[in-house]
Design a binder for this molecule. Structure first.
Ligand code: ARG
Ligand code: ZN
Length: 500
């Protein structure tokens, strides 16, 4: 009864890599982010500088990264962001952004200077707590010098005003243009995993620093502007509409999105009634009735995964569909799908499950190091198999697991999922062998302990950060078993272990 025996999402990525219209082979070496877009040094007008010389940013060099095991330069240390307020006007003709982003942060140490990640645009001015400050830009870093040293534990608000034409970037992790993209039909959308948040927002661009977000997105009426979270209001003024969205739960910067275009926001009342989660989708015209029928299953999927993983972690859910995106991405509360993913009902159902599962695993529970990406992709892949077990029965699931295991057996050149390469972060091992880690765990500890582990993990780390070691420790404490060998061999061993 089951025909699919291979991981659909991983295949989609591989296909992309081989597609002549894609962005290059999966084995792409390291691709440097083009930071030449960034203007060099800029300072505020002389009249707004303070008379005292700004404190020297002597120790800022130590703050230009968070020491991620794969991308050490990403993010910034010395502070933690609590909230971003994004006030952004987008004019599709001629494709310009005018934005002001307020960043409410708390210093974790005294700061004579600090940095944000930001690429491109012209910065009009930057203030801290309302006072203009000076800043410099280099290699994707925006270095800001407060007029007086910020003290440890001090809360401060940095406001960055900027303008320009948004452009995507190619990160080292995957040879696809990420960040702000424009689809062939004129829809503008943002997909940033892992590190393209900095291509449209000044941001602490690392998942170890999650924050809440509010968005005010102004676009020409009658275009739709969707963002993460809940639509609070829509205001119109002289041919422009401002869409106000609120993301009340913390979010990693790679999951922040806007989707702007000739779209419709449709409430799925049946799914909302089934699941108790407000389900709304952001759709273009022309999606087939077959695909729409699959989309209607989101209510049942939400209901099922709330049973298995615990309550849905956010205030709303749904998907947006855009043309020309090679893949799908689990943007928080608003997963985004390329039309290619939507057209085949079987593929669509699988990827719907996959991106929904990421709302728990990846979005609510977020790895604080990109080297732990299997905690996202392995769990989302295993969720696909759980859905098959739920809808088609245990034999269908066993066949799927077996097919995926054989697939991994043929991919002996891939690194084990616990050690992904920095230049191929989303490789099939992270997805498939990552999913098999959970299959092996379930076989070892039994169903009762396994599902208790999933529920406990989702509850304990809800809306927080996690490392692989945390998951191992929790699995051992819930099951009462020593699982060192199991995790060592499945996550880090060069050889693919035997399928239990
Ligand atoms: N987390 C995404 C998924 O599997 C990864 C998609 C890979 N593409 C990308 N551009 N990051 O659903
Ligand atoms: Zn995924």
């Amino acid at each position: 009864m089951l025909r699919r025996s291979v991981p659909v999402v991983a295949i989609a990525i591989v296909l992309t890599a081989c597609n002549p219209s894609g962005f290059g082979p999966a084995t792409f070496d390291s691709i440097a982010v083009d930071t030449t877009l960034a203007p060099t040094t800029t300072s505020p007008p002389a009249s707004t500088t303070t008379t005292a010389a700004p404190p020297p940013p002597s120790d800022v060099a130590d703050l230009l990264g968070l020491g991620d095991s794969l991308y050490p330069e990403l993010g910034n240390s010395g502070y933690e962001v609590n909230h971003y307020s994004v006030d952004l006007t987008f004019d599709p003709e001629p494709k310009t952004i005018t934005a002001r982003v307020e960043i409410e942060a708390t210093a974790t140490q005294p700061l004579a200077a600090f940095s944000l990640d930001f690429i491109g645009f012209d910065i009009a001015d930057i203030t801290i707590d309302g006072d203009p400050v000076s800043f410099t830009r280099q290699d994707g870093e925006l270095i800001i010098e407060p007029n007086a040293t910020i003290t440890a534990d001090q809360q401060f608000v940095t406001a960055v005003s900027y303008t320009g034409t948004p452009a995507p970037i190619v990160s080292q992790a995957i040879p696809i243009e990420m960040g702000w993209r424009t689809d062939p039909t004129g829809i503008n959308y943002v997909v940033s995993e892992p590190d393209a948040g900095r291509s449209w927002l000044p941001v602490n661009d690392h998942p170890s620093d999650k924050a809440t977000y509010s968005f005010r997105i102004t676009v020409p009426d009658p275009l739709v502007a969707a963002a993460n979270g809940v639509l609070v209001e829509r205001l119109t003024d002289l041919g422009w509409a401002t869409w106000v969205w609120e993301s009340a739960q913390p979010m990693a910067s790679y999951l922040a999105t806007v989707v702007i275009g000739d779209l419709e926001i449709t409430e799925d009342e049946a799914s909302t009634a089934t699941s108790g989660v407000a389900v709304r989708n952001v759709l273009p015209d022309g999606i087939s009735s077959n695909s729409l029928a699959v989309l209607d299953k989101q209510g049942e999927m939400l209901e099922f995964f709330a049973d298995v993983f615990g309550p849905y972690p956010f205030d709303a859910y749904g998907i947006a569909v855009v043309d020309g995106f090679e893949s799908a991405l689990e943007n928080q509360t608003l997963s985004i799908f390329g039309t290619y993913m939507v057209e085949s009902p079987r593929l669509f159902e699988t990827v719907l499950v996959h991106e929904l599962a990421h709302q728990w695993f990846g979005n609510s529970i977020t790895p604080t190091d990109w080297g732990d990406i299997w905690l996202n992709e392995g769990f989302a892949t295993y969720a696909e198999w759980l859905w098959i077990e739920h809808t088609e029965g245990p034999a269908a699931m066993a066949a799927t697991v077996g097919g995926n295991y054989r697939q991994m057996g043929l991919a002996s050149d891939l690194d084990p999922p616990g050690n992904p390469p920095a230049d191929d972060l989303f490789n099939a091992s992270v997805y498939v062998r990552g999913g098999l880690v959970l299959h092996a765990l379930r076989s070892e500890v039994g169903d009762d302990a396994f599902f208790e582990i999933l529920l406990t993990y989702a509850a304990e780390y809800r809306n927080g950060g996690v490392r692989t070691a945390d998951f191992i420790e929790l699995s051992e404490s819930v099951s009462g078993q020593d699982l060192t060998d199991l995790f060592d061999s499945w996550l880090y061993g060069d050889e693919l272990p035997t399928l239990p």
